[in-house]
Every structure is written in structure tokens, then in C-alpha cells.
Design a protein around this ligand. Structure first.
Ligand code: MV4
Length: 452
């Protein structure tokens, strides 16, 4: 087992990893930017190294500084958390070359899944269902036109280097397709330095359902059931739950088997997530594979009674997994508490939290790095806490969440708490009838203003 792990991240996920390391008897090294000198992850770790100034590019993304911090502290592994360098193939490779175990995917796995068109090709070859569309990248506009006629409008054009909606266009006719061919490629080139595009049939009002998987160094892969992440705004997840209200035992078995096939196809080592789009007929299609621990791993932990960070560390250390698949027990929901103003287009609201009081009691979990008097710096992600409830049924988990949100006191900054309170009252959410289109069509602003 590792003796010392360096955590190449900040905020709640850095704390989350430090806590599991402590339970496993592993020493920890925190790295931090100048803006994070007073952060809890710095105080909770056994050692801490300042790796640069405020900007992420000069600190949490600065590979030489992080490797240097690992060398001087003698860390034998690096946990990248999520975001930052967690899906950076170059970083995974440099760790390997420096004899530091990267607690995450191998460079070739990150690379293979990072290019969406080639990931899709891998899945087609492995027999995982994918959305009908172009065979690989579009060669020219004629190719796009021909493919769109074959699969039928509406279609969606996607950047192969994309994800998160950048360089993505829905086209309902040939005129829109022609515009997309120019604008999406330009956007992708500016954002990723890669203008490779592919085309798919557009699935109307899908659900985003993802399967958590784990694979060990001996080729064994299992699934740890699903998470429904359909409540999103501009590709930012706001609420996640498990099990999915749309799931059946039969569908879970099929999607679980497909996710395992996907992971086996790339000899996946570590914990990962296979994302699917699911249409109203319960057809499911591979969308992307995430080769990192995700923000929403918490809800899975609550329904399968499993520490996923511990599992990641064990797999990286060469310990075999049991290989058994897991069914969820009970129901867990997570609301992301962001320092954002929901009445002002979710604009970031950094600053000092003058009052802070957390909810508590049965079935409540809060993963956060903030405390009363803490100042949220403006340089990083605006998520400041994850509020998770777990209960026997979906109704009880929702009721508990409403109770917890009403107890949560944060003053000095704006947060997404009032938004969540309104959302949980919404009939469509209560019915579990959520698709990725839901938030687009809901005038939450007016409803929130009326209730102030
Ligand atoms: C789609 C789709 C409908 N049909 N592909 C959005 C981000 C990127 N990862 C893929 N996305 C989508 N791909 C086809 N063929 C709809 C979306 C989509 C979406 C997917 C998951 C969660 C939220 C979403 C919001 C808008 C669009």
C-alpha cells in the first residue's frame, strides 16, 4: 500500500481524499495556490506545499510544480480528484515516468476516451449501443449532408474534442447544418485546437443516466449501479440521484452489462463512469466515458455502502476487486450548493461567508471545505458544498432534502439553495419525470421571485 499520497486538487474533493487516506493509515500532502493558504485541505493534510499564485494555470494545472512537490515530500502516489489534471493523459504519463502512481486512468485510456469520435468507434467495435450517425469524423460538408439524410433530421453535430456542449449544434434542416458546419468547427478550433466533427441523430428529450464502474489490474470489471443526472443547466449538473426514477431491474441489468463491456474494451483500471443517453422508449446509447472520480460519486456511496475513494486507492495499489455488481439500497439525492445567484443567470458570487450553519441529523451528508468566516476566492469553481440525503424511498429522500435545505444558513454570498427549494416542489421533479430539457422550459426565476 502507498505510504504517502499527494492530492493534486483543492476544495471539498481534496478534503474527501485526505479523510479516506487518514482512515487507511496513509500520510497526505496537500498542494495549494496562494489564494488557498487558509483552506481546510491545507490544515487537514499532514504536509502542505505552496505550488504557485492564484490562477489555476499557474498552480493546480502546473505539472512541473506538482511533480516537484511530490519529489520533495517523497510521495509515492498522486490523487488528482476531478477537474484540473484528472483527465490529462500527459500528466498521467509524467507520473508514470517519475515512478509516482497516478490514482486514475492510464495515459492511453484517457487519450482514447478524450477523443469522442474514436471513443465511439471503440464502443461500436465492442458491441455497446451508440447513436446512429457518421462513421468517424466528417470529411467535408457533403459528408455531413449525406449522413444527415441517412439518419434523418434533426441531427446534432459534435466536436470530437468536446464534451460539455462546446462545439455542439442541433440542426433541424440542411440550412442549419450548413451554418453549424462553419460555426461549430470554428468554436471547437478556438476552444480545443481541434476542429474534428462528427454527426449523430438528435435524441429529443433524453435522460442522462450514467453507470459507475470499477476495474482492477487483473482485468475484472464490475458496475455499481446508476446515477440520474438529468437536472442540468447549460451542461452543469445541479441535482443527481440514485436509483434513477426511470430505471427498472431489467434496464439496469442491460445498461450495467453494456458499461462493463465498455470498460473491458479499454482494459479499464480504476473507477470510472460510462455516460448514456436514454430515450423515452428506454433505448440507451453510449455517450462518453469519464476516467475520473466524479462530483456525484457520493450518492452511489450512500446506496451501496462503499467508499469509492478507498476503492480507487486499493485498485491503484494492485489490490483485486470482488467483481460483484451492486444494486442500490434506498435512495440518495445530491444538491450542488454553488456560490452563484440563481436570480442573476447563476452568476458567480464569491466573497466572505459571514454566517454559516449546516443542517444535520439522520440521513444527511455534507461534503464541503467551507466554514463560518471563510472567503470564497473568485478564481476557481463555484461549487462550495454538496448536500446529500439518503432514505429508504425517493419521497423520503426528497422530504429530508427539503428539511435540510431549510436549515442551511449561508449569509454574505448568494447560493443555489433557494433554487433547490423551488425545484424540489416542482410537480415534474416530484414525479421523477425529468429529462435534460426540463430546466430549459421552466421559469424558475419568476417562481422564485414570487416567493421571496
Ligand atoms: C446528444 C443529445 C441528443 N442527441 N446527442 C450534451 C453534452 C454532450 N456530452 C452530449 N450532449 C447531448 N448529446 C444526441 N445524439 C443531447 C445532449 C444534451 C445533453 C446530454 C446530457 C445532459 C444534458 C444535455 C443537455 C443538452 C443536450
Amino acid at each position: 500500500m502507498f505510504k504517502k499520497v499527494l492530492i493534486a486538487n483543492r476544495g471539498e474533493i481534496a478534503l474527501r481524499v485526505i479523510r479516506t487516506c487518514r482512515e487507511m493509515g496513509i500520510s497526505t500532502v496537500a498542494v495549494y495556490s496562494k489564494a488557498d493558504a487558509d483552506s481546510l485541505h491545507v490544515r487537514f493534510a499532514d504536509e502542505a506545499v505552496c505550488i504557485g499564485p492564484n490562477s489555476s494555470a499557474e498552480s493546480y494545472l502546473k505539472i512541473p510544480n506538482i511533480i516537484a512537490a511530490a519529489e520533495i515530500t517523497n510521495a509515492d502516489a498522486i490523487h488528482p480528484g476531478y477537474g484540473f489534471l484528472s483527465e490529462n493523459a500527459k500528466f498521467s504519463k509524467i507520473c508514470q515516468e517519475n515512478n509516482i502512481k497516478f490514482i486514475g486512468a492510464l495515459p492511453e485510456q484517457i487519450e482514447g476516451m478524450g477523443d469522442k469520435a474514436s471513443a465511439k468507434r471503440t464502443m461500436i467495435d465492442a458491441g455497446v449501443p451508440t447513436i446512429p450517425g457518421s462513421d468517424g469524423l466528417l470529411k467535408d460538408f457533403g459528408h455531413a449532408k449525406k449522413t444527415a439524410i441517412e439518419v434523418g433530421y434533426p441531427v446534432i453535430m459534435k466536436a470530437t474534442a468536446g464534451g460539455g456542449g462546446k462545439g455542439m449544434r442541433i440542426c433541424r434542416d440542411e440550412e442549419e447544418l450548413e451554418k453549424a458546419w462553419a460555426s461549430a468547427r470554428q468554436e471547437a478550433l478556438a476552444a480545443f485546437g481541434n476542429d474534428g466533427m462528427y454527426l449523430e441523430k438528435f435524441i429529443e428529450e433524453p435522460r442522462h443516466i450514467e453507470i459507475q464502474i470499477a476495474g482492477d489490474q487483473f482485468g475484472k470489471v464490475c458496475h455499481l449501479s446508476e446515477r440520474d443526472c438529468s437536472v442540468q443547466r447549460r451542461h452543469q449538473k445541479l441535482v443527481e440521484e440514485t436509483p434513477s426514477p426511470f430505471m427498472t431491474k431489467d434496464l439496469r441489468k442491460k445498461m450495467g452489462a453494456a458499461a462493463i463491456k465498455a470498460a473491458e474494451a479499454v482494459k479499464y483500471e480504476g473507477v470510472g463512469t460510462v455516460e448514456f443517453l436514454v430515450d423515452k422508449h428506454k433505448n440507451f446509447y453510449f455517450m462518453e466515458m469519464n476516467t475520473r472520480i466524479q462530483v456525484e460519486h457520493t450518492i452511489t456511496e450512500e446506496v451501496i455502502n462503499f467508499d469509492l475513494i478507498k476503492e480507487q486507492i486499493k485498485i491503484a495499489a494492485g489490490i483485486a476487486i470482488s467483481g460483484k455488481n451492486y444494486e442500490p439500497v434506498g435512495h440518495a439525492i445530491q444538491c450542488r450548493i454553488n456560490a452563484e445567484d440563481p436570480l442573476n443567470d447563476f452568476r458567480p458570487s464569491p466573497g466572505r461567508m459571514t454566517e454559516y450553519h449546516e443542517p444535520g441529523g439522520h440521513g444527511i451528508r455534507i461534503d464541503t471545505h467551507v466554514y463560518a468566516g471563510y472567503t470564497i476566492p473568485p478564481f476557481y469553481d463555484s461549487m462550495i458544498a454538496k448536500l446529500i440525503t439518503v432514505a429508504q424511498t425517493r419521497e423520503e429522500a426528497i422530504t429530508k432534502m427539503e428539511r435540510a435545505l431549510s436549515e442551511y444558513i449561508i449569509e454574505g454570498i448568494k447560493t443555489t439553495i433557494p433554487f433547490h427549494i423551488r425545484l424540489l416542489k416542482h410537480e415534474t421533479f416530484r414525479k421523477g419525470d425529468i429529462t435534460t430539457k426540463f430546466l430549459e422550459g421552466w421559469d424558475y426565476k419568476t417562481e422564485m421571485e414570487e416567493n421571496q
